[in-house]
Design a protein around this ligand. Sequence first.
Ligand code: PMP
Length: 435
Amino acid sequence: MHSFPHEIVGAPGIGLLTLTRGEGVYVWDVEGKRYFDAYSGLSVVGVGHGRTEIAEAAAAQMKQLAFVSPVGCTTPVTVELASKLASIAPGDLNRVFFSNSGSEAVEMALAIAKQYHYNRGERDRKKVICRIGSYHGQTAGAETVTRHSIRPPREPLGIGAIPVQGVDCYLCPYEKTYPDCNVYCARSIEAYIHAEHPEMIAAIIAEPISTANGGYVPPVEYWQTLRKLCDRFGILLIADEVLNGLGRTGKWFGIEHFGVVPDIIATSKHLTCGYAPISATIVRDKVYDAFTKGIDSLFAVGSTFGGHPVSCAAALANLAIIEREGLVENAARMGEYLMAKLKPLVETNPIVGDVRGIGLMTSIQFVKDKRTRTPFTFAEARMLGVRIHGILRQMGILVPHSFGALALHPPLCVTREQIDEMVAGVETALRMVAG
Ligand code: PMP
């Protein structure tokens, strides 16, 4: 073992799985055992494994021109991918900054938000409202130790994160009930804005539907309230679509379910469906315009491999498959089918408290006591997650280990028969752990 082990490797009876090939929704390990990839790698492999069309597009680009400096140069595939993204992104989100991972796309979204305000003369707007329990990545610090000359528009670099409660209509942190609550979880953010001073807040960041935060699908008014708060207080709205984006939720972008246009979108995973790393930060025209007011307004942030031609070629081939095979629509249709198959677990399995989701993003929530909706403690939930992961792996179904909820995100190309196969395995595993 020469790499850092992921946490689960240390769990009893579970070792690192070495996979060698894949086709469609299946992958095979070194010993030839087949697994159903019920989480699309890490909610990535939307078009399925083994798509030679994408490999060929990437190889052709690599043979023709593998790399150019991103400083002052670009390539036709990079330009084509940017305009493709502009055409499918909502509203006037027309300008794209490419980087290599979801974390970087989020990092760029935060940097752009801070410098947008700086360029417009609002130099104190540096804090960002986020939601407790969300996941947006793990980069920390590279620009902090980078030379001073280019940093000021984004300083201080450690943002003042203002964590607020997220959306949880099953176990509401405010002990309220929808719709009587009138989305108090969103309305209550106004108090944080006042407490932290509106003129010091750069952005609100949230995933349209957050898996890390339990997979709750917020009521439409939730996002509309966030949009209104941002407009009222001059704050930018960032949608983290690293996981939601490009088909997973049954629409091109998760935010489309809520009828609002964010100012910035960060996206990554389904952009190449894992065939090569890439991410994109897409901004509205008005955000971009703030960076076109002369040399001092430029976004002096680089990414050596951002917009890498090989990744862009892979992304274009991948998006062509998604469109040609109607995989966004398939995610919506198969998502409804999957939800209908999982819902009965709430009645039949003693530890399943709730089943929720949208498109091919579903979460099965476990509780100790259904009547009182008492969750498992962190330690119990962790052990349960490891057990479920282990049992399913033995049965030939791959899922991430989870804390308190099991997320199923099969590839966007999944069929009804394959969903039947996956759900049958999950039902058996959950019966076993419920004892
Ligand atoms: N945002 C969200 C919503 C994510 O799910 C993830 C990764 N799971 C990230 C950001 C970070 O992406 P990456 O791991 O590619 O840096």
